[in-house]
Design a protein around this ligand. Structure first.
Ligand code: GLY
Ligand code: MN
Length: 364
């Protein structure tokens, strides 16, 4: 549980939404997705529905949050005795709402059908997909501060732990140490399951740590992120146990150059696809583009993956305040994988790299 970022930030966001209702021909917006709910209300509980009307917002939650919810939000709090949607339906009837926006990508089919079939005559659910996610793409200075803190905690946890890596250490144990360290430094939890993968398993972009020992002569990928005050960080660094071969060094340099080229392309007005192309072009010149099998990065904030996507097809134009990752990688089944990832924020002139951690290959 945390205090609101600034006294009025959530309220201002709700006002922005309330002001946008008429333009969308909506009487209200029903928000059920946790990150959007937190963004708009400050409520951090696991079960809530928020109904935003012009001039009024009601947060529905369950008795577990009777004390917590009013501490976290200035919305009117309604504690539901049974399923939250019963109470939401009551609110829809009480306020005579006709057109109720909802989040199709977050509401279950069951909830949608339940509510739809019980709405008063002439009332309807209208999809309002991605609306809040669009607002969340551009972060406020308070949010950027929180991301910066999360990035710093994450980097510190990496830097303290990497010193203790030795051949023979299990992937799982290294992942556990990293997560323990980030929590000791103030993180609430990891922002995703920490990835530690050695040898050929480093070629699995989203490997899960196993009991396999880290071995001399092998690459190790470490991809980790923290959540602090609700905000995520994300970083990938590579270790090598022993003396790296020429191929390892050459491939590492290619990925680093791709990453630097993409960071260089980050500035307001630039298409996300253009940033992706900057990384891809460098790898193409090195004959490695076919081994780069994912997009160059993603937005992050209250979620570890949120819009925009720094990918081939994303035509979003970058704006100051967007927080994104830049993480090109190459994956070769018979060699291993190399990925380098930083968290950056778009500024008026270009970008600021938030990640303070050295980007050299960590030779152990
Ligand atoms: N660093 C994990 C991911 O972006 O999926
Ligand atoms: Mn990432």
């Amino acid at each position: 549980m945390t205090s609101p970022p600034t006294p009025n930030e959530h309220e201002l966001r709700r006002k922005t939404v309330a002001a946008g209702l008429a333009e969308r021909k909506l009487d209200a917006l029903l928000v059920s997705f946790g990150a959007n709910l937190r963004y708009l209300s400050g409520f951090t509980g696991s079960n809530g529905n928020l109904l935003i009307l012009p001039g009024k917002s009601i947060l529905f939650t369950d008795p577990r949050y009777r004390t917590q919810a009013p501490q976290e939000t200035a919305c009117h709090v309604k504690i539901a005795k049974g399923p939250l949607l019963f109470e939401v339906l009551g609110g829809i009837k009480e306020f005579g709402l006709r057109r109720i926006g909802y989040e199709p990508s977050h509401m279950t089919c069951e909830s949608y059908e339940w509510l739809k079939s019980r709405l008063p005559l002439k009332a309807a659910l209208e999809p309002a997909n991605g609306w809040i996610e669009q607002l969340r793409m551009v972060k406020s200075p308070t949010e950027i501060d929180r991301i910066r803190r999360s990035v710093q905690t994450n980097s510190r946890a990496f830097e303290l732990t990497v010193k203790r890596v030795r051949p023979g250490m299990k992937e799982q144990d290294l992942a556990a140490e990293l997560e323990y360290r980030m929590r000791r430094l103030g993180a609430e939890k990891p922002s995703f399951e920490t990835i530690v993968a050695g040898g050929l398993r480093s070629a699995l972009p989203h490997a899960q740590p196993t009991a396999a020992p880290l071995k001399a002569g092998e690459l190790v990928v470490v991809d980790m992120g923290a959540i602090e005050n609700g905000y995520c960080s994300d970083m990938t660094r590579m270790l090598f146990l022993g003396t790296p071969t020429t191929k390892v060094k050459r491939t590492y340099r290619a990925v680093l150059e791709a990453q630097l080229a993409a960071i260089d392309a980050v500035r307001p007005g630039v298409l996300c696809s253009r940033v992706d192309a900057a990384a891809r072009n460098v790898l193409k010149a090195c004959g490695l583009d076919r081994a780069f099998i994912h997009s160059t990065g993603h937005g992050l904030g209250l979620e570890i993956h949120e819009p925009p996507r720094i990918g081939k097809r994303d035509k979003t134009r970058l704006q100051p305040g967007m927080a994104i990752t830049i993480e090109p990688g190459v994956y070769l089944e018979d060699f291993g994988g190399i990925r380098i990832e930083d968290t950056v924020v778009v500024t008026e002139k270009g970008c600021e790299i938030l990640t303070p951690t050295n980007k050299n290959l960590y030779v152990i």
